[in-house]
Design a protein around this ligand. Structure first.
Ligand SMILES: [Zn+2]
Length: 274
């Protein structure tokens, strides 16, 4: 958490509210929050924000100064968020980077109480390297044939595959569970053994679940809030995540089970057979 739909919700609010603004000041709370490019921090002062996008679960701001382009990449980790205003003074403590801006939104705050996230200050080639090294295909834009090939090559468990960022970028525990339930696939099924039509069902479910979650502004579990402080409603439509012991929403008569492993899996033993 935040996963792809939450990162996309953040990026779309940044696009709507910050593009065209100039950075007047760039302050960091702790130097170790910037993992790469700390020496370039002064460059961003006076730069214009020209685009905001998502890369896996990370959010990317593109800045331009006299025709030169650089990027701010915000890794959100487990608890990182971006805010237009700090919700209350206690948020100041865990605000690690602040951009002061011209325009209707005077600032952007990178807040992260557990500091598992990081910020990267990168130029174009740096961003390209960053993306290739860390991120596999994007679940929303990967063509069917490519996805099919990726799944066919993997001998691991399906749920672990969906969450492996270097293979498929952006899905974490919440959406992996929801996607597998929608696909009627057990989390421990072996990827490479699936029939083509089953992989197609997974592909369609993955895109549908993520698109629906984006339309709902993401899922506000573990305190996710969008930059403007609003919540995402998709948690109300979760079918299995965190619902162990509750009846399967498909009405099959069984209850949702939890498998404990590195990350908990939630599934219906009747609808998702091993
Ligand atoms: Zn069921």
């Amino acid at each position: 958490m935040p996963e792809l739909p939450e990162a996309e919700t953040i990026a779309s609010q940044l696009r709507a509210r910050l593009l065209g603004a100039t950075i007047t000041e760039c302050r960091i709370g702790r130097a170790d929050i910037v993992r790469e490019g700390l020496a370039t921090l002064p460059w961003y002062r006076g730069a214009l924000l020209v685009s905001a996008s998502r890369l896996g679960k990370s959010v990317v701001l593109e800045a331009d100064r006299s025709g030169e382009t650089r990027y701010l990449v915000f890794e959100l980790g487990m608890t990182g968020l971006l805010f237009f205003t700090l919700l209350d003074p206690s948020y100041r403590k865990h605000t690690h980077l602040t951009l002061s801006l011209t325009g209707p939104v005077p600032a952007l705050y990178y807040w992260n109480p557990r500091r598992f996230g990081r910020v990267y200050l990168l130029d174009g080639p740096g961003l390209a390297r960053f993306a290739t090294r860390r991120f596999g295909c994007d679940p929303l834009t990967v063509p069917w044939e490519d996805f099919r090939a990726v799944v066919a090559r993997r001998r691991g468990r399906l749920k672990a595959l969906l969450m492996q960022q270097q293979v498929i970028a952006g899905i974490g525990n919440i959406y992996a569970n929801e996607i597998l339930y929608r696909s009627r696939l057990h989390p421990y099924r072996v990827a490479s053994r699936l029939q083509v039509r089953t992989v197609r069902r997974l592909y369609d479910a993955m895109r549908d679940v993520l698109s629906e979650a984006i339309a709902d502004g993401g899922s506000s579990v573990r305190d996710f809030l969008a930059p403007d402080g609003t919540k995402g409603d998709y948690w109300k439509r979760h079918q299995v995540y965190n619902k162990a012991g509750l009846p399967c929403p498909a009405g099959c008569g069984r209850t949702i089970r939890r498998l404990t492993g590195e990350r908990s899996s939630f599934y219906c033993p009747a609808c998702q057979r091993e």
